[in-house]
Design a protein around this ligand. Structure first.
Ligand code: SF4
Length: 354
């Protein structure tokens, strides 16, 4: 696993974020939080997809009051997402929420900040300060002309100072923007400036295709520099896809183990339907819980050689293909049997290693 820049560590309902903790994946329910049944069902779907922490919108008291019922039915830490209303933060804290996302500069003055800081401190509830380039303070836009990494850092400092004033330092930070270069620059500067754990995300990225690319470039770039402790991919799609995409980004960045597939891009030497075969293999290995690499290569000439590092693989020939394991060829199979032969081999070895 890649090395992370050291930060302070916080505990979100027992899930550690920052320091030497593994990078975690979050998503946010799009159910009405007061609809306990629907929210619990969606959290269970997140859990099945591998989510570590879930965030819920808390726009009103009804939502805040639902938190205790939801917590009784799920075993995933819950973050309350609150804007402007400190009373909602107090209610969420009383109902056992595990973290609160709130910007203390926007909750109506120091007395309110003190009340939230004290309520959270008493219960060991960390607070995420969420700086967003699209909603920076007016004075900062006037000072910097437009949202810049420096303006975002100054905004974060203001919110942090408010909490620190009341002896509260159990903080995590996010620095989101809808521009990938701005997001990356803001996180780099945040990592240089603060010792708080960083929640990574690019915001308002669009639908699944566009959002995946923007998130992979933005989150992936900073992760590969050792920056970032928890991630949330934002997609205009079923939020379960956010969890799957987040896990895929962590795997691509070398931060999460699991099964990995490599396949060649095909070329004029390809004599089988490699695209169809690769899609079939990808689907059938998806649930295998092993830290292995599976290669699907288009030709025998370059296949096993190029995929030498893979644990298992197939390399296509003319209507047939080779099956190999750690570079050693185990046999030749007709095209129609190739995928089954590969899956049988992996499954057998998986049972032996159990
Ligand atoms: Fe072409 Fe073979 Fe390389 Fe695939 S593995 S791209 S078929 S040379």
């Amino acid at each position: 696993m890649e090395k992370r820049l050291n930060t302070k560590q916080i505990s979100v309902g027992g899930v550690l974020v920052g320091g030497d903790a593994p990078v975690t994946v979050q998503s946010m329910c799009n159910t009405k939080t007061w609809d306990v049944e629907a929210t619990v069902n969606q959290i269970k779907q997140f859990k099945a997809a591998g989510c570590d922490i879930v965030r819920l919108a808390v726009p009103d008291m009804r939502a805040a009051e639902a938190i205790s019922d939801i917590k009784e039915q799920v075993d995933m830490p819950i973050v309350a997402d609150i804007h402007f209303n400190y009373k909602l933060a107090l209610a969420a804290a009383e109902r056992g929420v595990d973290k609160i996302r709130i910007n203390p500069g926007n909750i109506g003055g120091e007395d309110n900040v003190r009340a939230v800081a004290e309520a959270c401190k008493k219960r060991n509830i960390p607070i995420r300060i969420g700086v967003n380039a699209g909603s920076l303070e007016k004075r900062l836009i006037e000072k910097y002309g437009h949202p810049t990494p420096e303006a975002m850092i100054e905004s974060a400092k203001g919110h942090i100072e408010l909490l620190n004033k009341f002896d509260f330092d159990d903080i995590c930070l996010s620095m989101k923007a809808s521009s990938v270069p701005l997001t990356v620059a803001a996180y780099r500067l945040a990592a240089e400036t603060f010792n708080y754990p960083l929640h990574l995300g690019v915001t308002e990225t669009g639908t699944a295709w566009n959002g995946t690319i923007q998130s992979a470039v933005g989150i992936g770039t900073v992760l590969c520099e050792g920056i970032g402790n928890t991630i949330r991919v934002s997609l205009t799609a079923d939020p379960v896809e956010e969890v799957k995409t987040g896990i895929a980004i962590l795997r691509a960045a070398g931060l999460r183990s699991g099964i990995k597939m490599v396949s060649c891009p095909t070329c004029g030497r390809t004599e089988i339907d490699l695209i169809g075969l690769a899609q079939e293999v990808e689907k059938r290995i998806a649930d295998i819980k092993r830290d292995i690499t599976v290669a699907v290569m288009g030709c025998v000439v370059n296949g096993p050689g190029e995929a030498r590092e893979a644990d298992y693989g197939i390399a296509g020939g003319k209507n047939c293909g080779l099956l190999f394991k750690h570079g050693e060829i185990l046999g030749t199979y007709p095209y129609e049997q190739l995928c089954d032969a590969l899956i049988d081999l992996i499954t057998k070895d998986t049972e032996v290693t159990k």
